[in-house]
Ligand binder design. Structure first.
Ligand code: NAD
Length: 429
């Protein structure tokens, strides 16, 4: 909460933050594989625009708390900036900037006409009432108003935010311009211009990637396929649900409080009902407790980190036993850990590919909103499948031909496209 930390941790020194430098390192190595123009690398190594805002909110007890917030636009060569808004206690400028850079790379990789952005507020949404969260969202929106818009920068949900948050954001923006502007955000409720298939799109994209990877590794996806998932929010829950529908057994899931393990499979709907009542996985009777660290090291076929960045590091990478690591979260694996996993033969589907389903269907939502013509859920899912499998194939071909791991291959494929666009547009002035 505001006031209980050093301001320095939030803003100063962001360029040297390990998450930011680790994304840069990966980009540098991938760039070498495609002889990336050094001027392009230099441009991409810094965000285009950074906005810091302080967000005052009258809390339910009558006091006013001031929260730190950010909106970072990393690059807009391919189109309007696009990226989620995170509400979490650890939000800071370095993390937001690194995540914005990953958004640029993700959007380019999957061929969207969008740049990269990210935003966030340093707060604990679990400890805030609905009224406090609404006030926070509306004030934050008015503070970043000058940056966002359907042709400029289009936010979406991320950790701690959801369709309701996007509805408040859209309503505040629309009130300020004087008419309704659905295209200012994606991930909205269906009733106000959201897209069918958006709520589960990120998890669905994770599963589509796993299906592609399993084909290449000749791994059958059936009830003997054991899956562990860290994080049981939007991405974790829908990845679990859709993989269970494919026939896999979800043996472990977790949230911030820890996890549940059941070798016969966790009952996902019972767990969801339990969480709705207790707001935590902790104490769920349908399995044994596992810590988040233990969950990552379980003997499973597929591991899906779907919570925070920096979960798999050089300290635990050697103990990871899965065959496929599908990164639902952004930046869950450090670059040191990535090397260890590659040498151990773990097949990693990197974040910018694995979780691209969210921004792909966000793009579909934006397009549908601009045309006021809405598609069926089947259409959305079919188009999602086309985009994900096309991107997966391009990355996989690069990985085979250059003998490079999937993470660097994905970034290289993305940079090939983005750098051409940047060089065509040139630098101003
Ligand atoms: P969410 O808020 O819906 O869920 C986050 C989950 O992570 C919750 O279950 C929470 O309890 C858990 N968690 C938080 N801190 C944790 C910790 N220290 N250890 C273990 N679990 C912890 O968020 P989400 O939208 O599902 O996003 C999850 C990840 O996926 C993030 O990295 C996000 O950037 C990424 N992502 C989300 C989307 C999307 O469409 N929502 C798209 C692409 C990427």
């Amino acid at each position: 909460m505001s006031g209980s930390y050093e301001f320095d941790d939030v803003i100063v020194g962001w360029e040297n933050h390990p998450f930011y430098t680790s994304v840069l390192q990966v980009m540098e190595k991938a760039g070498r594989a495609i002889q990336l123009d050094p001027n392009v690398y230099n441009r991409l190594s810094k965000p285009k625009r950074v906005l810091y805002v302080s967000v005052p909110v009258r809390m339910d007890d009558g006091s006013i708390q001031v929260f730190d917030g950010f909106r970072v636009q990393h690059n807009t060569t391919l189109g309007p900036a696009k990226g989620g808004i995170r509400y979490h206690v650890d939000v800071n400028l370095a993390e937001t900037s690194a995540l914005a850079m990953l958004m640029t790379l993700k959007n380019s990789l999957v061929g969207l006409p969008l740049g990269g952005a990210k935003g966030g507020i340093r707060c604990d949404p679990n400890k805030m009432s609905r009224r406090e969260k609404q006030a926070l969202t509306r004030r934050y929106t008015s503070e970043i108003f000058m940056l966002i818009g359907p042709d400029k920068d289009i936010p979406a949900p991320d950790i701690g935010t959801d369709a309701q948050t996007m509805a408040w954001l859209m309503d505040t923006y629309s009130s300020q311009v004087g008419h309704v502007v659905p295209g200012v955000v994606t991930g909205k409720p269906i009733e106000i211009g959201g897209s069918l298939g958006r709520v589960d799109a990120t998890g669905r994209g994770v599963v589509y990637n796993i299906i592609e990877a399993a084909k290449r590794l000749r791994l059958d996806l059936n009830d003997k396929t054991r899956v562990a998932i860290q994080g049981f929010g939007n991405v974790g829950y829908y990845s679990a649900k859709i993989l269970a529908n494919v026939g896999c057994t979800i043996v472990a899931v977790s949230d911030v409080s820890g996890g549940i393990y059941n070798s016969k499979g966790v009952n996902l709907e019972e767990l969801r009902t339990y969480i709705a009542q207790h707001r935590t996985v902790k104490g769920f009777p349908g399995g044994d407790f596992v810590s988040n660290d233990e969950l990552l090291e379980l003997d499973v076929d597929i591991l899906i980190p779907a919570a925070l960045s920096g979960q798999i590091t050089e300290k635990n990478a050697d103990k990871i036993k899965c065959k496929i690591l599908a990164e639902g979260a952004n930046g869950p694996t450090t670059s040191e850990a990535n090397e260890i996993l590659f040498s151990k033969g773990v097949f990693t589907i990197p974040d910018i590919l694995a979780n691209s389903g969210g921004v792909i269907v966000s793009y579909f939502e934006w397009v549908q909103g601009l045309q006021n013509f809405f598609w069926s859920e089947k259409d959305v899912n079919n188009k999602l499948w086309e985009k994900v499998s096309h991107a997966f194939n391009r990355v996989y071909e690069f990985h085979l031909s250059k003998k490079m791991d999937m993470r660097h291959s994905a970034i290289a494929v993305s940079l090939e496209h983005l750098s051409k666009a940047m060089l065509y547009r040139g630098f101003f002035p």
